[in-house]
Write a protein that binds this ligand. Structure first.
Ligand code: SF4
Length: 409
């Protein structure tokens, strides 16, 4: 048959692309406020405060704390060295401290903040998810991942979360409480200890250099910018040179948010050049109002303006996180609209990380088809937007973003 007589090849995706799946919860009820909209919790419920720990304090405050406890101030530096460089809070390992009063000294500045409840290992030992119990029984998680050339820890910043995103296991139960700065930092110190003990797999044969967490992503439980002051105190301790802190590079710390605009503006003024990630997931308010309830407070354009201002203030290229969800937000026109909105704010300031969701048969929250993912990326790239599909390591153990809901079961 001559070509002209062949039936036109139907664009297989055209019909599918007109489908609009709306976000909804599955198997649980989203809490609603008096106005009928999904409830947003910004304030942390009042609960007993965790014990004050060295990692909550500046070096001066640590010394003052020891004096307050009737202990010699100069010991603060020794304790900091043990904690930040040897990853220990065990008095038995601190043989440079006088035996008399050592336990009181350690208890005074390094009280136990969390106990390990469970450890799940996957990816042939390269990924470990930790379940921690805090002093008041609240549960949080962190996920440790080895990649070529780096070791990343995904940390929690709140127990639970008040942002109520309909796809998110963490958001279901609401906000239990803000974590203290030391509880945030302790996740890193504990992970470093696990690495030092050789429990993270994948180390190259013959490799003898000491290893530790090199990259932090605030993509565990909680909305980091809703716990702003403690987040920033933790970040300052992470970047403070050893032995006063962990001596990490701010560039290797990624703070992500669903778009708390005033807090993004504050972060821009901090002069700590962390990597900033905006979890956008939709370029239009119509969809994003449902997908990310906080969009009812700060709209897409406001969040993008704040993200661009972050770049202007820090020179750090901003990441836009975009989970690709079948027939919900993966339409070609949405890729075009996203590119248009980003380009309208200039070039070279942003890149997009599409995140392929896990295929979940029967769920509205399921993976975009591979061809649709490719088309989404193609459109962004054609519009000049640097785009990298993100690894979703940890998904086998429910450790991927938005899937952290700590249970002891
Ligand atoms: S997706 Fe993030 S911001 Fe939304 S409820 Fe879950 S943890 Fe909170």
């Amino acid at each position: 048959m001559p070509d002209a007589l062949l039936p036109p090849v139907a664009e297989p995706t055209t019909a599918a692309r007109t489908v609009q799946v709306r976000p909804r919860t599955e198997g649980w009820q989203q809490q609603r406020g008096a106005d009928g909209r999904p409830l947003l919790q910004f304030a942390s419920p009042k609960r007993g405060k965790p014990p004050v720990h060295l990692a909550d304090l500046t070096p001066e405050e640590r010394r003052a704390r020891l004096v307050e406890l009737g202990l010699p101030a100069f010991r603060a530096g020794q304790l900091a060295r043990h904690y930040f460089t040897r990853y220990t809070s065990d008095p038995a390992e601190m043989t440079d401290l006088p035996a008399a009063g050592r336990d009181e000294l350690v208890q005074g500045l390094l009280p136990e903040l969390m106990t390990e409840v469970r450890r799940f290992t996957t990816d042939r030992g390269d990924t470990i998810k930790f379940l921690w119990k805090l002093h008041d029984g609240a549960l949080v998680e962190s996920v440790l991942m080895r990649y070529p050339g780096r070791i990343t820890l995904c940390v929690s910043s709140q127990a639970g979360c008040g942002m109520n995103c309909p796809f998110c296991a963490t958001g279901q139960a609401g906000l239990t409480r803000n974590m203290s700065a030391a509880e945030i930092v302790d996740q890193v110190v504990r992970a470093n200890r696990v690495i030092a003990d050789g429990a993270l797999g994948g180390k190259r044969a013959g490799e003898t250099t000491p290893e530790r967490v090199s990259n932090i992503v605030f993509m565990g439980m909680g909305e980091p910018l809703a716990n702003y002051n403690r987040l920033m105190s933790a970040v300052r301790t992470m970047v403070a040179p050893a032995p006063e802190g962990l001596g990490m590079s701010a560039r290797h710390i990624t703070v992500s948010t669903v778009g708390l605009v005033p807090a993004i503006t504050k972060l821009s003024a901090e002069k700590i050049p962390v990597t900033f990630a905006l979890s956008l997931h939709a370029p239009d308010d119509h969809l994003r109002d449902e997908l990310i309830p906080v969009n009812s407070r700060w709209k897409v354009d406001e969040a993008l303006d704040a993200a661009r201002a972050y770049f202007d203030a820090t020179g750090r290229r901003v990441s836009i996180e975009y989970a690709l969800i079948k027939d919900m937000n993966d339409h070609g026109w949405r890729a075009d609209l996203l590119a248009e909105k980003l380009n309208a704010r200039g070039h070279g300031w942003v890149h997009v990380n599409p995140i392929p969701l896990n295929p979940t048969p029967g769920s509205v929250w399921t993976a975009s088809e591979p061809a649709v993912q490719r088309e989404f990326v193609r459109r962004l790239e054609a519009a000049g937007i640097p785009t990298t599909i993100r690894d979703t390591r940890g998904k086998e153990i429910d450790g991927a973003c938005g899937q952290l809901a700590a249970t002891e079961a």
